[in-house]
Write a new protein. Sequence first.
Lengths: 110, 114
Amino acid sequence: GESVGLHLPTLSVQEGDNSIINCAYSNSASDYFIWYKQESGKGPQFIIDIRSNMDKRQGQRVTVLLNKTVKHLSLQIAATQPGDSAVYFCAENYGQNFVFGPGTRLSVLP
Amino acid sequence: DTAVSQTPKYLVTQMGNDKSIKCEQNLGHDTMYWYKQDSKKFLKIMFSYNNKELIINETVPNRFSPKSPDKAHLNLHINSLELGDSAVYFCASSYPGTGYEKLFFGSGTQLSVL
C-alpha cells in the first residue's frame, strides 16, 4: 500500500539552532498532512497541519513546507530548545485514515 | 481533565492470556481509533469507529476485537496473547472523522507479553 517515509531517522542539533525534519510521501491523492510530536512515555501530540492547496504554513516557532511536485514535506523548528527533544512524525490522510511515517528522533544538544 | 484516557498504562502478561485495554474520551468526538506502535516507533492503525460503528478494520488478527459501548468509549480485547503482540497501543479520537482533522491521542498502554 501507500506509505510515508522519512529521510533521517535521527537528528541532533545544538540548542538555539534551527531544525529541519523531512518527510517523503508517496500517495499523490493525499491532500492533508499533519506533523505530530511524541515525547517519551506520551502519545503523539499535534503540532501543525497543512492542506495541499498551500505550500507553507507557520505556527509558533514551527513552519511546515509542502512540495507536491516531489511529494515532500518538512517541519522547521526555529531556535530549537531542549523541550523540543522528541520523536516527530508526519502523517498523510488516506481516505478516512492517516498513514504515519516511521518518525525522526530529534535530540537537542546543550 | 484528560481528553483521551486509556487504562492500564502498563500491562504485563503471559502468552495465551486474554486481556483488555479501555479507552474513554471526553471531547465529544464521534470517531475513535486504536493504533499500534512497535518497538521501532512505527504507528499503524488497527481500527476506527464512528459513533459506535466500525469504519476501518485493518489487517489485524481476529484475536483483536474492539468494542464500542457508546461513542465516548472504545475498548480493545485481545485473546490468546502472543509474543508479537508486545507493543504500545494508542487510543485516539477525532471529529468528525473524515480524514481532514487532527487526532487526539491517549498516553498509550505498553503491553508486554512474556
